[in-house]
Write a protein that binds this ligand. Structure first.
Ligand SMILES: Cc1cc2nc3c(=O)[nH]c(=O)nc-3n(C[C@H](O)[C@H](O)[C@H](O)COP(=O)(O)OP(=O)(O)OC[C@H]3O[C@@H](n4cnc5c(N)ncnc54)[C@H](O)[C@@H]3O)c2cc1C
Length: 379
């Protein structure tokens, strides 16, 4: 069934139509093979860059699209409906630009932002470490001041685009003062001393490269520190608020895709002499999948509209991420059920969607951590 979106303007409708055509022409023919073989589609990000997608949220002053979150997130949902690794990649790039865009000085923004969002470059966001996942305040990577430079040493874990990115936003410890001793740096990926481990062998999302990134005596000019010393974790958490909305949009796209496939299959698969969609047991399953997917979309759009109006949205972003990723998991599992035995094979896309849904409950803060964020408001 065609999805009817309510968008703020005619231009936004045109943009979404362009994205859907792009997804059909450029993503659909490649997604299954690339995910099966674990191929990172760098060229797709160049094409999306040329379309302006990598700069959709950023200020027009720096050649960004200056699009409200309400629209940018629906672009992410549509990309993810066809290829989740691409939707995730676009939002990780946005998160990598976020520290400079929102917390950089005017001079830093003028100097680096246009290039970062030009569409030619791809970013990575380096927060997690092997021993610091849900608790990033425990990170061990250090950035030691030496004259006009910082020297970064440590290991960042699970970095999306690790080894593929052109630049990294890196959180590193500038003092021993716990969560308040972390600072943020914008680091070109070809700086001597940076290396990436081989890609992680993941359950899904295999078109998205995830690697450890190692920093060994990496020298960065002091003018590449974003924000004051000690503000790094606050900057990262600010980026994660928006990142969670992005993962809610990706999750909704994955759920919608599973629903689309399951409904198509149920209309054509015959048992007992009729299409299985005629059985209430199947059509009620599809109805629940549809209701849950619509609810996930409504929740992330509510949070996005608050963000666009400057209203606090941290709790709503956590709720949207929690609900949408749980929805993606439930809806993809039900889609496998609608396919019966065929759903349990790699011959149909719903099995891959179910594997992709699982990561949505884990990254950008696990869903247990989202509950901590939500619960804080009620203490
Ligand atoms: C594919 C992929 C891509 C990623 N991309 C990036 C990236 O680009 N950049 C980046 O910085 N990171 C990235 N991550 C890391 C991701 O954000 C972390 O995996 C996530 O935050 C969880 O950390 P952890 O894996 O160390 O789990 P842990 O923190 O060890 O958690 C293990 C379990 O304990 C639970 N737990 C922990 N603390 C609590 C608590 N206080 N209360 C209740 N339960 C708790 C967790 O919910 C989880 O179930 C990525 C991860 C993956 C798998």
């Amino acid at each position: 069934m065609a999805l009817t979106r309510i968008l703020p303007s005619r231009e936004d409708e045109d943009l979404l139509n362009t994205i859907m055509r792009f997804a059909a022409a450029e993503l659909q023919p490649r997604v299954a093979e690339a995910e099966e073989n674990g191929t990172f589609p760098r060229d797709v990000f160049r094409k999306l860059g040329a379309l302006g997608v990598l700069s959709l949220p950023h200020d027009a002053e720096y050649d960004g699209g200056e699009l409200p979150a309400e629209v940018a997130l629906q672009v992410v949902e549509e990309l993810s409906r066809t290829w989740a690794s691409i939707g995730v990649g676009v939002t990780v790039h946005w998160a990598s630009v976020h520290p400079l865009w929102k917390w950089g000085s005017d001079e830093q923004r003028k100097r680096w932002l246009p290039e970062l969002i030009s569409g030619d470059l791809l970013g990575g966001f380096c927060l997690s470490e092997p021993e610091a996942g849900s608790d990033p305040g425990a990170m061990k990577t250090t950035a030691t001041r030496e004259g006009n430079e910082y020297v970064i040493n440590g290991v960042k874990a699970w970095i999306t685009h690790g080894g593929e990115a052109d630049f990294y936003s890196v959180m590193a410890r500038t003092s021993g003062d716990g969560a308040k001793g972390i600072s943020c740096f914008l680091v070109p990926a070809d700086t001597p001393g940076i290396s990436a481990a081989p890609p992680e062998r993941k359950m899904g999302l295999n078109g998205s490269r995830t690697s450890e990134v190692r920093f060994e005596n990496v020298r960065v000019s002091a003018n590449r520190r974003i924000g004051d010393e000690g503000r790094g974790l606050a900057i990262a958490l600010d980026a994660l608020d928006t990142g969670r909305l992005c993962i809610a949009a990706v999750s909704t796209g994955v759920a919608q895709a599973a629903l689309d496939h399951a409904a198509d299959y149920a209309r054509t698969r015959q048992q007992f002499g009729r299409p299985i969609i005629d059985f209430q047991g199947v059509s009620f399953l599809l109805a629940d999948m549809s209701a849950r997917t619509s609810a996930a979309r409504a929740l992330y759009l509510d949070a996005a509209r608050r963000k666009d109006r400057g209203v606090p949205f941290t709790r709503l972003a956590a709720e949207a991420k929690l609900v949408a990723s749980d929805t993606a998991m439930a809806v993809t599992t039900d889609a496998v059920q609608v396919y019966g035995g065929a759903g349990y094979t790699r011959d149909y896309p719903v099995e891959r969607l179910m594997r992709e849904a699982k990561i949505m409950q884990i990254f950008e803060g696990t869903n247990q951590i989202q509950r901590h964020v939500i619960g804080r408001d009620y203490r």
